[in-house]
Ligand binder design. Structure first.
Ligand code: HEM
Length: 210
């Protein structure tokens, strides 16, 4: 049930050039692109019926998904919560699966070159994530991306500081890093060292790759 107004992947690049300023009169929230990715992941792995159940439970109006529009973050959180109930999986599993999926989804959506341009190895890309999101923000006006700081970088490890105004997305970061590992064909392990949810100023991960 692909709804109207959602571009096919081959149109994604053309869509990026659409002016977005008119959309910025609304409350700023996670971009609809993320919700579309959640839907694609659920439909491809669990089917249309599961997606329909998740939508019903989350009380999210599917027409609220605007690929280039600004959705309230609450939509994304409601979807993750409903997916966790309907699929009987912990929210942490859903977020990790989504993080892994995002690295493939963005490539399908025409952002592969962007990813290529910001690093040809896992540590290079991770060290350039702020620049990458700054570039994305040129297209997506009003973006509030997270910030990542890398410390103690060696040939096979780093401490990764994840600074975000949002809460509860640590598992998304873990999934993203695993997805990047797949992209760069390296085995990635992620150990959480501190959690914002436990009162730390921000979350920190010890990341290794080999
Ligand atoms: C070309 C690829 C990418 C694109 C187009 C992209 C785009 C975005 C967009 C649109 C958002 C929503 C921000 C908002 O609504 O204010 C976001 C958030 C986020 N991005 Fe990226 N991103 C990309 C790659 C990555 C990668 C590789 C990581 C790896 C760690 C990452 C980490 C995150 C995280 C953790 C968030 C959640 C927001 C938060 O914590 O506040 N992104 N990104």
């Amino acid at each position: 049930m692909l709804q109207d107004g959602i571009a096919s992947p081959e149109h994604a690049l053309a869509r990026l050039r659409l002016p977005t300023s008119a959309l910025c009169d609304y409350n700023i929230g996670m971009y609809g692109l993320i919700n579309v990715a959640v839907r694609d992941l659920v439909v491809s792995q669990f089917g249309e019926t599961a997606w329909a159940d998740i939508l019903a439970k989350s009380e999210v109006d599917e027409s609220a998904f605007i690929r280039m529009g600004l959705n309230d973050d609450a939509v994304t959180y409601a979807l993750v919560g409903a997916a966790s109930e309907v699929l009987d999986l912990p929210a942490s599993d859903i977020l990790q699966a989504f993080g892994q999926y995002w690295t493939e989804f963005t490539v399908e959506e025409g952002y592969g070159e962007l990813l290529d341009g910001f690093g040809s190895t896992l540590p290079a890309l991770v060290q350039n994530l702020d620049e990458l999101h700054t570039r994305v923000a040129l297209i997506y006006e009003g973006l509030r991306p997270p910030s990542f700081k890398c410390e103690n970088v060696t040939d096979g490890s780093m401490d990764l500081h994840y600074i975000s105004e949002r809460d509860g997305l640590d598992d998304l970061v873990i999934g993203l890093l695993k997805g990047l590992g797949k992209r760069f064909k390296v085995d990635v392990t992620v150990e959480q060292q501190s959690r914002k949810a436990d009162g730390a100023p921000h979350s920190v991960f010890y990341v290794t790759w080999a």
